[in-house]
Design a protein around this ligand. Structure first.
Ligand SMILES: [Zn+2]
Length: 250
């Protein structure tokens, strides 16, 4: 298991490959973000097309040349030791040797992991003394990072924290995983912003900020979206917490 704190590079290129956006950042080892770039995830989300977009983003700033290590996060099941994305419903990837492909493209060490686990590693690195923690990340997908006894828990099949596929409804669109009613198809940002647009007739660009602003002004459509989000998350997180309580009792 790689250790971000032990990468031994003053600057790191951080890459977030999401279902909606691809983001790159040049980050100092003290956590300071030097520069950030963003591009929409291409409709053709093949690994080659995605790496091409990342290459374009890295060429936008000379600073990226200063980093000697690349760290990439993707949604889905990722084996960080082998550098393989086992399955990503959002990107429609199966067994993609992403670390090898990126290493060959940029001739630099590349470490990959599930995006939410990377987020959790970052939170843990800057939260000294934290032993147990859940990091809830809501984007196109929804997942949690699980920290137990000071370590990020991956699970035996690298699926720990994949609560986005908990069934929380009998309605909703068919999920990338093939099921219906998954938490992220009901409460993910894309789904919530679409229902907000249907309710308000207003475009839902920058939806998270619009949601927070709408709650402050008692916008009925924002409140309706918030209720869907909070109810779905409450059901999923209560199942997670019940599991951890039962583990303690048994
Ligand atoms: Zn699903």
């Amino acid at each position: 298991m790689f250790d971000i704190a032990g990468l031994n590079s003053q600057y790191i290129i951080a890459v977030d490959i999401g279902g909606t956006n691809i983001r790159t950042a040049l980050v100092h080892e003290n956590g300071t973000i030097i520069t950030e770039n963003r591009e929409r995830t291409p409709r053709d989300s093949s690994p080659e097309a995605v790496l091409g977009v990342i290459d374009g983003l890295m060429r936008q700033e000379e600073g990226y040349a200063r980093a000697s290590v690349i760290v990439m996060g993707t949604p889905g099941l990722v084996n960080p030791d082998q550098g393989i994305v086992r399955k990503s419903g959002n990107l429609r990837w199966d067994n993609v040797e992403l670390a090898r492909m990126a290493r060959e493209k940029w001739s630099r060490p590349v470490f990959i992991d599930n995006d939410v686990r990377l987020h959790t590693r970052g939170e843990l690195a800057f939260s000294p003394g934290t032993k147990d923690m859940l990091v809830v990340v809501i984007g196109t997908g929804i997942a949690i990072g699980v920290v137990v006894a000071g370590k990020v828990y991956t699970g035996s099949h690298f699926a720990a924290g994949e609560i986005g596929h908990f069934t929380v409804s009998t309605r909703g669109l068919v999920c990338g995983c093939g099921k219906k009613g998954c938490l992220e198809t009901i409460c993910g940002v894309r789904s919530l912003s679409q229902s907000y647009r249907r309710c308000s007739g207003v475009g839902a660009e920058d939806f998270p900020a619009r949601l927070v602003g709408g709650l402050a002004t008692h916008d009925a459509c924002a409140i309706a979206a918030w209720k869907v989000l909070s109810q779905g998350l409450a059901w999923a997180l209560s199942a997670v917490l019940l599991g951890s309580i039962l583990k303690r009792l048994l």
